[in-house]
Write a protein that binds this ligand. Structure first.
Ligand SMILES: *Cc1c(COP(=O)(O)O)cnc(C)c1O
Length: 480
């Protein structure tokens, strides 16, 4: 496909503005361009076709099954889009609530933020939440900064070590490091859970806390979570729940009830807001009572008359995390989705997500190795180790799935499973789709035995074939 620059024809216009009805102002000389900006000159139709065709080359949840483990690529109901597009939301100025008397013109938006914070806190068993963080990783950082502020307020500044299991998402150590902590890895045991004996050895008066993904990134629920949290608390540390896998326990387990001090929620995973291509997402953080004074500011307050306002009156707050109030339109979508599901709906989401993952796991068990043979939660981690002995690795299987109309699962993560294929079907896929996917995976496993070379050529049906990664890294072609 040609770049839009290659479609440019000198003088062609997509838009013509009416003649100005005010006198032209002279721009200062230093602001004027010396050369043309070289923007593509195309008609409205050229631009429309270009982007429509480009969009069709993509694989997305709206076009294909997308079992990308750890990412919860569920269907995003279109009603969320309708509500987020209401002019009362989209036409608000982001500074309105901060202007004198401005709050009266955005009571609806403030009410939505307030209610959404309370709903999330209630659903996860915490005292309150903040909607500011822009993504899961940003939520982790926010929470760990609150941990740091809390420890400082208690004079516990020697606590500089954050414990992180070896199965954790890479954002966990990154967030802890950015917040000023050093990370210590805790090994998993033979069942794929955090090893409690290893944890006990690591606990001392320098430990600031633990970051525990629940259920973990292998898709396992560790029945000793409450014990782990209690051990860390006894040692004077705080416990953080990486809540990216909330889809597995929604409506059934509240991490706050397990004793966690804070957790983040990926709205773009669990709460069905658009995800992919780098954003926009949102990573609200829930906190237990002892962290309330440290929540980011401003916060929405509701007075005795039921009027909402933004307040910055919290001297111990860690301050602003994101401009304005985070990704407001994503929050509108998450709020609409939560109201649509209700408590009972939440429970059915997690039940069906877990059922789907176990169905896929069972169907594929005769064909793909599993490092840990136990039932899973919302995702299952298979290994292509048997196929790799035949010369076909996880990457080849991922590419072969594209030719069969499926987005690839997550591969080579978690790092503790060799040739990992991490499959998360989510609750929004039908049994027919799951069956078609399993049949494609089985056909690929058979092909790996019969004709492994064939799989090395995949994908053949996509707009772009397999990239020559070495050449791309050594001789990148960054301009045309
Ligand atoms: C997705 C994910 C994150 C990071 O979330 P982003 O919104 O991508 O920043 C952190 N932890 C786990 C376990 C995840 O799956």
């Amino acid at each position: 496909m040609k770049l839009i620059f290659a479609k440019s024809v000198e003088g062609r216009r997509g838009l013509r503005l009416p003649a100005s009805d005010v006198p032209a102002a002279e721009l200062p000389q230093e602001l004027l361009r010396e050369q043309s900006a070289e923007l593509p000159e195309v008609s409205e139709l050229d631009a429309l076709r270009h982007f429509t065709l480009l969009g069709r080359q993509n694989m997305g949840v709206d076009t294909n099954f997308y079992p990308l483990g750890s990412c919860t690529m569920k269907y995003n109901p279109k009603i969320n889009e309708r509500l987020a597009a209401l002019p009362g939301f989209t036409e608000l100025h982001p500074m309105l609530a901060q202007l004198p008397e401005g709050e009266q013109y955005c009571q609806g938006a403030l009410a939505l933020l307030y209610e959404c914070e309370k709903l999330l806190a209630q659903a996860c068993g915490f005292a309150d939440s903040t909607l500011q963080p822009m993504a899961g990783a940003n939520g982790e950082l926010t929470a760990i900064m609150m941990f740091a502020a809390y420890l400082k307020s208690k004079g516990e500044t020697r606590r500089k070590v954050m414990l992180i299991p070896d199965s954790a998402h890479g954002t966990n150590p990154a967030s802890a490091a950015v917040a000023g902590f050093t990370c210590r890895e805790i090994a998993s045991n033979e069942e794929g859970d955090l090893d409690i004996e290893e944890l006990k050895k690591a606990l001392n008066d320098e430990v600031a806390g633990i970051m525990l993904t629940t259920p973990n990134t292998l898709g396992f629920y560790n029945s000793s979570v409450a014990e782990v949290v209690a051990l860390v608390h006894q040692a004077g540390g705080l416990a953080y729940c990486d809540g990216a896998n909330l889809n597995a326990i929604l409506g059934r387990i509240r991490p706050g009830d397990l004793g966690f001090d804070a957790m983040h929620i990926n709205t773009h995973k669990t709460l069905s807001t658009p995800h992919g291509g780098g954003g926009p997402g949102s990573g609200p953080v829930c906190v237990a009572a002892r962290l309330l004074p440290f929540l980011p500011q401003p916060k929405v307050h509701k007075n005795a008359e039921g009027l909402y306002s933004l307040s910055e009156d919290a001297p111990q707050s860690i301050g602003y995390i994101a401009p304005y109030y985070g990704n407001f339109s994503i929050i509108v979508r998450a709020y609409a989705y939560m109201l649509m599901c209700g408590g009972n709906g939440f429970q059915r989401i997690s039940e069906n997500a877990v059922l789907s993952a176990n169905y896929v796991r069972e169907r594929l068990a005769p064909w793909y190795e599993q490092k840990y043979e136990r039932s899973c939660m919302h995702e299952c981690v298979l290994s292509a180790s048997r196929q790799s002995a035949l010369g076909v690795n996880a990457l080849d299987i991922a590419k072969a799935l594209l030719d069969r109309g499926f987005h690839a699962p997550t591969i080579y993560f978690p790092l503790i499973v060799p040739e990992a294929l991490m499959i998360e079907p989510t609750e929004t896929e039908s049994k027919q789709t799951l069956d078609e996917f399993c049949e494609a995976m089985i056909a690929i496993a058979k092909l790996a035995e019969e004709n492994p070379e064939e799989l090395k050529k995949a994908p053949l049906s996509t707009p772009v074939g397999r990239l020559d990664e070495v050449t791309a890294a050594r001789q990148p072609l960054l301009r045309v």
